[in-house]
Design a protein around this ligand. Structure first.
Ligand code: DX5
Ligand code: ZN
Length: 218
């Protein structure tokens, strides 16, 4: 898949003006929704009720990123709400392939995420079980952190392997993505880019989205 997708993260949005914030990113491909449980990561955001309201209000489909410990039990609920994609962490799932199958069965794209210290090689034989793989470029938990360029070799190994196998899996990066870092990730094989502060911190989020799109494509 050679398309570029830009998914703004609402973690950087104004939570009490969510409807207006969502309207500002109508030119995005998906809205990235970070669910945190104060256990898998040391931060807490929101749960299924809030995500359901975001789903009802958003002009673009939802890309849900679950940073929660009990992925096997909780992830399907987000697919049932109607999220376009549901990504759980490999470190948090007892049976990642079974969970991905369940998500697809409900009708969502199934995603799996890896933290910076987690190798991707264990996913090589099951690439087809997933619609997207998220390589974290920060330690999950907070927005506004610096992009970890040391994750690029891992991303490149994954993208080489996906190409070798003729896989159509989307490769996503999340953390510290902005105009000055997105090209490195695109060069290493990413096609789907999460950006929080770079979009919602901009005066004109729509212009920020187009700038990221062209920087990723160049
Ligand atoms: C971090 C979250 C990210 C976060 C990215 O744990 O998964 O989605 O919102 O924020 P920025 O783009 O500001 O690094
Ligand atoms: Zn995220």
């Amino acid at each position: 898949d050679s398309d570029v997708r830009i998914n703004p993260s609402i973690l950087a949005a104004d939570f009490v003006n969510m409807q207006a914030e969502l309207a500002r990113i109508a030119s995005a491909d998906f809205v990235h929704v970070d669910v945190m449980d104060n256990h898998f990561v040391p931060n807490l955001t929101f749960g299924p009720q809030m995500v359901e309201r975001i789903q009802a209000t958003s002009p673009v489909p939802l890309d849900v990123h679950l940073m929660i410990s009990d992925a096997d039990r909780c992830a399907p609920e987000y697919a049932e709400i109607g999220a376009a994609s549901v990504t759980f962490h490999l470190e948090a799932a007892a049976d990642p392939v079974a969970l991905a199958r369940r998500l697809r069965q409900i009708g969502a794209r199934a995603g799996v995420a890896v933290k910076p210290a987690t190798p991707v090689e264990q996913l090589f034989d099951v690439l087809d079980e997933f619609d997207q793989i998220l390589v974290m470029t920060v330690e999950p938990g907070f927005g506004g952190q610096s992009f970890m360029a040391d994750q690029m070799p891992k991303l490149r190994r994954l993208s080489d392997e996906a190409r070798r196998r003729g896989s159509r899996v989307w490769l996503q990066v999340d953390g510290g993505i902005g105009e000055s870092t997105i090209a490195q990730a695109a060069d290493a094989g990413a096609d789907t880019f999460v950006a929080g502060s770079a979009v919602f911190g901009a005066e004109d989020p729509g212009a920020a989205i187009s700038a990221l799109r062209s920087a990723a494509a160049s």
